[in-house]
Every structure is written in C-alpha cells, then in structure tokens.
Design a protein around this ligand. Structure first.
Ligand SMILES: [Zn+2]
Length: 493
C-alpha cells in the first residue's frame, strides 16, 4: 500500500479553507440572542411598551385575489390605515378606508371608480372577527394572519422572540452586520428579525400557514425610525407576501400605550361552522349558513361539490354534509369557481378526502404548483393525509354526466373579477351556480341607476351560451330566481 502524502496543492487548498473559515468567523455571533434582543428593547423603548397604535396612508393589496392565478395581488389605495397592537392582551385591530388602484381582480372592494370601503378586523387571543356595520362577523380564517401581524410589529417581534427560545446568526447586508434572531411560535408562524447595530429592527422575514398557499413567506421592512415619547418607531413600513407587494405605509401618527381594550363579542365566542341545507332540486342541495355557500350534487355513484371555501373548518363541515346527503357516496369531484383564496381555501380539505379538483385550465398549473408546497407550520388535513393533489382543467367548457344528470362547467368570459372564472349550469334543472359575479342583495332591493358591470357581464355570458336559467344558486347570498338578476341590469323578465 502506498503511503498517502498530502500534495502541496492540497495543503494550499486547506490553508485557503482555513483562512475562509476565519474570515467567516466575522459572521459568528459574539452575543447571545437574548442579549441582542434586550439591547434592541432598550434602544426601541420596548420594555415598558404594553401596546402601540399607528396610522398613516399608502398602498396595499388584496392578498389571494389576483386577477389571474399566479399574478400579483391587486393593488389598493389606503386613504387611511391604522393598527393597534396590544401586546398585553394579545389583541390587535386594523381599520382601513380602501379603494381600488387597478380595475381587475377580486377582494370585495367596490369596483374601480365606485368609491371607498371601510373595513375593520379584530383579534383577541384565539378569536378573530370583522365588523361591517354594527354586527361582528366571525373570521376564523383571519386568526393566523392577525396573530402574525400582531407579533411582527417592530416591538412585537422582540417580545415574541424573547418568549420563544430565540437563536442567533449574523448576516452581512450591504456591507453592514445585522443580527438575525430567529424563533417560532408553534402552530402559528416562524420569523427572523434582522436587528442593526443601533438595536433597531430593520426587517422581519417570516413564514405563516395558509389554507391555499401552505407555508407562506412574508418580508416586512421598517425604515425611517423616529422617536415618539421615548419609543422608536419606523415611519415607513413595506411588506411583501407570497412574493408580491402587500403594504407600503407612510406612518403619520404613533401612540404608545394608548390601546383601549375590547372584548370578544358573544356572537363570535359561540360561533361554529353551521351548514344550512336547502333542497334546490332532486339531488341538488344549496349548502349555506356562512359567508360562502356550496352546492352538493348527487351523481349515480358519487357526489360532486361545487366550491369548498375558506379553510379546513368550513370545508370539512360542507364535505360531511354532502356525504350525508349522498347516503355515504364519496365526493369524487370538487369544482372551484375561481382561484381567489376565499373560494379555494377548502380545496385541500377535499383533496385530503380523495376528491379530484376541477378548476380552470388557466388556474390548473398554479394549483398543481401551490398544492405541492409544504404546509408544516400548522398542518392541515391535506398535509396530514400525505395525498398529492389530483387536478383536472376546464378549457372553456366541460360536461360531467352519469348518463342521467348533466353538470356543465362554463367560463364566464371577459369579467374584470378573474381570469379562468367559472360557473356551473344544470340544464335539466335550469339552475345556474356562480360566485362573485352576482351576489343578490336584500329582497326587493331596487336596481341601481347604473348597472353593476359584473352583473351585466354575467347576463352577457348566460346569453352567449344560450343557458335557460330559471334559478341562481349564488356562492354568496340567497337562492334567487333569474328575474332578480335581470332586474338588476334593468331588464323586465
Ligand atoms: Zn373572487
């Protein structure tokens, strides 16, 4: 056996590696995570801070409401935007006055040029709700995002990190050294706060769970710190989420320790996912009871479900009801009206149960890619099932039949709401199922002076396809005769 000698070349290479290792020692932390966090807390005036309110103006986006699947979130303008982060009570609220900054896409914002909308969202402990008018509306799907938003404020992230076994690494960015303090709030989110040598939080990189996009990345940048009564706060906050801009806020007012506490409304605390079933035709059921409806259709040996909205909790209740109505027949197909997150938030639940997703050919690649993402922070039914998504696309039109019942899926063309926007038509029953193109108002609502562009577009599509619609089962709102939609666009039936 030949003795092994190290060649000079290898020795040189090893020496270079040693130098490189020494150089990278510059990025070995010299302080513990808690030392860095305590220093940041001092610098930012965070130790005595129980709550903080801030407000300003800027631009935002409707997350998950892209015009076309995979595109950026539609941009909105905030004429006012405020947040209250109450660290002491685990409470948070966000109030905004918003309007569209671009015509296309979803998000329940009035159409371009149709004015401004006020929104309020609350969190306390493990309850989330929205207030529209006097009544609170439970919003379980907003729970994780609001917990994330509360603890990814500049001071909140320090408090959350201190409480959750932080780890530290060093990062150099633009020639500057930043302490990168990482932690996880189990089941909720994980985050890394980048803290500069002045002890200010410059950036938060985080990952939160989401019913559609799985583990979802967010990056929040804080800049232009000012002193407000001994508390340092950034006057500019920018956030991107899921890879696209979400917020660009110019802060104009900051109030430390000014939160007024609010209670969880009884209606929210007692909320459960109710499915209220109404028979629409033989073997066709309208599944209402929440903000989003679904429809169950009995086929010879299986069930089809039109729309599994929001999140596992809603979708599981809808799927259980569909199986009950079908006397145990499996749900083989789940039809997704369009890719907006509120309408697709329960698709993963249906996939976990073995259903094939029927979506537009335009959204199919997006769902195939997105549903392959991990969802490990708060594993949902699909993550736990280990199932892969089976997705089939509709290009314009597709018919499902068991030889007796016929279910047609059609595109709603040229809508400003979404691309790959689909409706379902049952020709024998003369029933149309559609989302977001038309949400019926209260009975006897007079038609608007100028018809809503989405209503006009829906009527045009029904006529283009020659559908003989008698009744509409909307995926928001109540079941109505077609004449109500026609009246909204100024037609006599
Ligand atoms: Zn939509």
């Amino acid at each position: 056996m030949q003795p092994v000698h190290r060649s000079p070349l290898i020795r040189v290479t090893l020496a270079a590696a040693a130098v490189a290792a020494l150089a990278s020692c510059a990025s070995v932390p010299t302080e513990s995570a808690s030392t860095v966090l305590q220093r940041a807390n001092m610098a930012m005036g965070g130790s005595a801070l129980r709550s903080i309110s801030y407000s300003g103006t800027g631009t935002g986006a409707t997350f998950g409401q892209a015009f076309q699947a995979g595109m950026a979130w539609p941009k909105i303008t905030y004429s006012s935007f405020s947040r209250v982060a109450d660290y002491e009570n685990g409470a948070f609220r966000e109030d905004a006055a918003r309007s569209r900054a671009e015509p296309n896409g979803g998000g329940a914002v009035p159409l371009m040029g149709s004015g401004e909308q006020r929104t309020s969202g609350m969190l306390r402990g493990t309850w989330a709700w929205n207030t529209v008018g006097p009544a609170p509306i439970p919003a379980p799907v907003a729970l994780d995002p609001r917990i994330h938003d509360l603890w990814t404020t500049p001071h909140g992230v320090i408090k959350a990190a201190l409480a959750n076994n932080p780890a530290i690494a060093m990062r150099s960015q633009d020639g500057r050294r930043l302490s990168a303090v990482s932690f996880a709030v189990p089941g909720r989110f994980r985050a890394t706060a980048l803290i500069n040598t002045d002890g200010l939080v410059e950036r938060i990189e985080s990952v939160q769970p989401h019913p559609v996009s799985g583990d979802t990345e967010s990056v929040i940048d804080f800049s232009d710190y000012r002193d407000v009564g001994g508390v340092k706060f950034p006057m500019r906050i920018r956030q991107a989420m899921g890879g696209y801009p979400m917020l660009d806020l110019a802060v104009t007012e900051v109030k430390p320790n000014s939160a007024t506490s609010f209670d969880i409304p009884a209606l929210v605390a007692s909320a459960t996912e109710r499915v209220v079933t109404e028979r629409a035709a033989d073997g066709v059921w309208f599944l209402a009871g929440g903000s989003h409806n679904s429809v169950a259709i009995a086929m010879a040996d299986h069930m089809m479900v039109i729309e599994t909205p929001l999140y596992d909790g809603r979708s599981a209740a809808v799927l259980a009801e569909a199986k009950k109505l079908g006397n145990g027949k499996p749900v083989r197909y789940v039809v997704n009206s369009h890719h907006h997150f509120d309408h697709s938030g329960g698709l993963r639940t249906a996939i976990a149960e073995g259903a094939t997703l029927v979506t537009s050919e335009m959204a199919r690649p997006y769902f195939e890619r997105t549903f392959a993402n991990p969802n490990r922070i708060n594993p949902d039914a699909m993550e736990k099932s280990g199932r892969k998504a089976s997705v089939t696309g509709v290009a314009g039109k597709r018919t499902f039949t068991d030889g007796s019942r016929v279910v047609e899926v059609h595109y709603i063309d040229a809508s400003v709401h979404a691309q790959g926007f689909m409706m379902v038509y049952l020709p024998r029953e003369k029933i149309l199922i559609q989302a977001d193109a038309y949400t019926p108002g209260a009975p006897n609502t007079p038609p608007p002076a100028v018809p809503n562009a989405l209503h006009v577009n829906l009527v045009q599509n029904v006529e283009r396809l020659g559908l003989q619609v008698e009744r509409i089962l909307p995926l928001h709102g109540r079941m109505v005769p077609m004449s109500e939609l026609l009246a909204m666009v100024g037609r006599k039936s």
